[in-house]
Design a protein. Structure first.
Length: 264
């Protein structure tokens, strides 16, 4: 337990830091409620004109879009951006001299930030329920959904870690991250179900790591992935988690031997 104490402290300080921005958090809740309302109107109009994925009724699509919005409150928090910031400021050298596992410290910082934004899920959900109808799956499905969500959170962290880690060589990754974020939002299933992608393109996007972040948990939630396929879906997520974690480990080992601090 003593070994974990520094990382718990990182998470606690990040929570306290993020909690000071209460107005921003309230604005985030209001923004989410507005987006849920607009998405309901959009999907209702699209279904009226028969633009819909096969086998997915309107209420399931609205549930999918709403839950995706709630998930984004957590998944859009990027705790690893601190890598880019510390490289520019020179603080990365100080972190490397501390008796800690630096990537784990950044992960803990991200968890602290995430917990603050997770607190916004309940009021956002309550507001959403006043605007839309959300299907609630059985308890067993909810358990698998949350486990799948946790795996997706891990994959998302390591994808962000890899992108920010490139800053060890380029010193700036903001432009690249914007491009990858746009691609990720589209190919992860956050904006629309991957079932919209036809044929070989659909199979290709399902095979990418982005699908493990949003699509798999959401498809479990609305029942498109049935219980008999849960083990396979979770195994694929676990494989992507292991692959991105291994790639992050290799990148960090290479980066720690080659530190170029801008202005340091």
């Amino acid at each position: 337990m003593t070994a974990l104490a520094p990382y718990v402290e990182y998470a606690r300080k990040a929570f306290a830091r993020e909690a000071t921005y209460r107005i921003e958090l309230l604005a985030e809740i209001g923004s989410l409620a507005l987006r849920v309302y607009l998405l309901r109107a959009l999907w209702t109009a699209l279904y009226t004109h028969n633009v819909a994925p096969m086998g997915l009724p309107l209420h399931s699509m609205i549930t999918y879009a709403t839950v995706a919005m709630l998930m984004s409150l957590v998944l859009e928090v990027d705790g690893t951006r601190v890598i880019r910031e510390k490289l520019r400021e020179g603080g990365i050298a100080v972190d490397l001299m501390k008796p800690i596992v630096v990537p784990f410290a950044y992960f803990s910082d991200g968890v602290g930030q995430t917990l603050v934004h997770a607190l916004a899920i309940l009021p956002s959900l309550l507001i959403s329920l006043m605007l839309v109808r959300i299907d609630v799956p059985p308890a067993a499905t909810l358990v698998v959904f949350f486990f799948s969500f946790a795996l997706g959170y891990g994959v998302n962290f390591f994808v962000n870690f890899l992108l920010n880690g490139i800053a060890f060589w380029t010193l700036e990754t903001f432009g690249l991250q914007l491009i990858v974020r746009w691609i990720s939002d589209l190919l992860s299933g956050q904006i629309l179900p991957l079932a919209f992608f036809p044929g070989w393109l659909g199979r290709a996007v399902f095979a990418l790591p982005f699908a493990a972040i949003y699509s798999t948990p959401l498809l479990v939630f609305i029942g498109i992935i049935p219980p008999r396929q849960w083990a396979t879906a979770l195994a694929i997520q676990g494989a992507w988690l292991a692959a991105t974690a291994a790639a992050s480990y290799l990148l960090w080992r290479a980066a720690a031997r080659r530190i170029v601090v801008q202005g340091g």
